[in-house]
Design a protein around this ligand. Structure first.
Ligand SMILES: Cc1cc2nc3c(=O)[nH]c(=O)nc-3n(C[C@H](O)[C@H](O)[C@H](O)COP(=O)(O)OP(=O)(O)OC[C@H]3O[C@@H](n4cnc5c(N)ncnc54)[C@H](O)[C@@H]3O)c2cc1C
Length: 387
């Protein structure tokens, strides 16, 4: 029998999408978020067609479209010579090939669009300032005085909902740090391209840059190896950490180094990924998004997977019991997530290659036409989530 009410822990991308997707099937939800206000956490996000298609179905894409950038292409560029290595077309090409747009937006813009839709939906109730740390569904019901058929743990890498799922995955530091900062368009050096997503590649590090139109600024993410002393995303890095970051770019093109050296406001994001583990307890609790499978950002798919998870889970719940849903969900989602993690690992290897491997990479990529590189993305971007 389909469920009537769910409790969702976490109002990030996964939790808010889950609430909207459940409401689409007439299922009510209470969303518990530890933050008192949903602030502008994070930076830019690329939203690929597999996710934008879902956001369109949930009625939030128009709000993003009004402000986002639809890049003409995603370009790979050498971090030393600044020569283009390869590109994947986006823009109209993406709409035609994958049936939905590819866009870049601030994470806060996406969260706000989802939040407004949640607030406007009578089946969704958001509780801010509610940090949930419990061992089972009954404990949640005692706290809230409400009955739930299901608990969805959408509380990110440091999930407390893990305590309700024996054998849940645990986070592992990847050895990489993401440094994020933004540069106002008016002060941007000419190497930053206003129309595209550009990934500059170099030995053991890379840099992703694209404009966030709604902020009139470029979003820059530098990924380098480093050690983590913090669980927090978005903390300001120390001077020592900043020196390590700059060290990761030594030997790069002088224009890039100059741009990085000028950034004093960079924030420090240690990158964790989830080890393999169980996503549900077989009866009433399931983990989605980063709480289940946080991954490295090398394929720019973490938020897209959170959106797919939420949408498919709700679709399955609308026609099945919780136990049947869990079984089907795992069967459908686990191979896709595993393949994506492999893809992210491959991208890391290719992006950070050095010496002869880097030369071979550049040669192979430069010989492949953009259409052929786009075909490699069909299984990711062309995916039709069942909802
Ligand atoms: C550098 C970088 C670049 C990225 N770029 C992209 C990209 O271009 N495209 C893309 O698709 N993905 C990208 N990602 C990945 C993406 O940001 C994440 O996968 C996504 O935000 C995960 O969403 P989530 O809702 O699962 O978790 P989170 O965003 O972590 O949300 C969890 C929510 O739960 C709340 N919470 C936590 N614990 C509790 C508790 N105990 N009680 C109540 N509430 C709680 C938190 O406050 C938070 O609001 C990137 C990630 C990084 C680090």
């Amino acid at each position: 029998m389909p469920i009537k009410a769910a409790a969702i822990i976490g109002a990030g991308i996964a939790g808010l999408t889950a609430a909207l997707a459940l409401a689409r099937h007439g299922i009510a939800s209470d969303i518990f978020e530890q933050a008192d206000v949903l602030t502008e956490v994070g930076a830019g996000l690329q939203i690929s067609p597999n996710a934008s298609r879902i956001l369109d179905t949930l009625g939030v894409l128009d709000k993003l479209r009004a402000v986002w950038l639809e890049p003409e292409e995603v370009r790979l560029v050498s971090g030393s010579s600044l020569r283009p290595v390869a590109s994947v077309p986006c823009g109209n090409f993406a709409r035609e090939r994958w049936g939905a747009p590819y866009g870049a937006v601030h994470r806060a813009t996406l969260q706000k669009a989802l939040l407004e839709a949640v607030k406007a939906n009578a089946l969704c109730r958001l509780h801010l300032g509610r940090h949930i740390d419990i061992k089972n569904r009954q404990a949640l019901e005692e706290i809230t005085g409400k009955e739930f058929d299901l608990v969805i743990g959408a509380d990110g890498v440091w999930s407390k909902a893990h305590a309700m799922v024996p054998g849940a995955p645990s986070p592992l530091f990847s050895g990489n740090i993401a440094w994020r900062f933004s540069i106002p368009e008016s002060a941007a050096p000419s190497l930053l391209n206003k129309k595209n997503v550009t990934a500059f590649l170099g030995p053991s590090s890379h840099l992703v840059c694209y404009p966030i139109r709604e902020n009139a600024a470029f979003n820059i993410v530098a990924i380098v190896s480093g050690s983590s002393t913090s669980r927090n995303w978005g903390a300001a890095g120390s001077n020592v950490q900043r020196e390590q970051m700059l060290h990761g770019f030594s030997g790069w093109n002088g224009k890039i180094l100059q741009m990085l050296e000028a950034q004093e406001q960079a924030s420090f994001w240690p990158l964790y990924q989830m080890k393999a583990g169980r996503w549900h307890n077989g009866s009433d609790t399931i983990l989605i998004g980063d709480a289940a499978h946080a991954m490295m950002p090398f394929a720019a798919q973490g938020a897209a997977m959170a959106i797919e998870d939420a949408f498919e889970l709700a679709g399955m719940l609308s026609a099945r019991s919780v136990a049947e849903t869990f079984e089907l969900y795992e069967k459908r989602r686990a191979p896709r997530i595993a393949r994506l993690k492999q893809r992210a690992a491959f991208n890391q290897f290719a992006y950070h290659a050095r010496g002869p491997i880097r030369l071979a990479r550049d040669l192979v990529l430069s010989l492949r036409p953009p259409q052929s590189l786009a075909a490699d993305m069909d299984w990711i971007y062309g995916y039709r989530a069942i909802g």
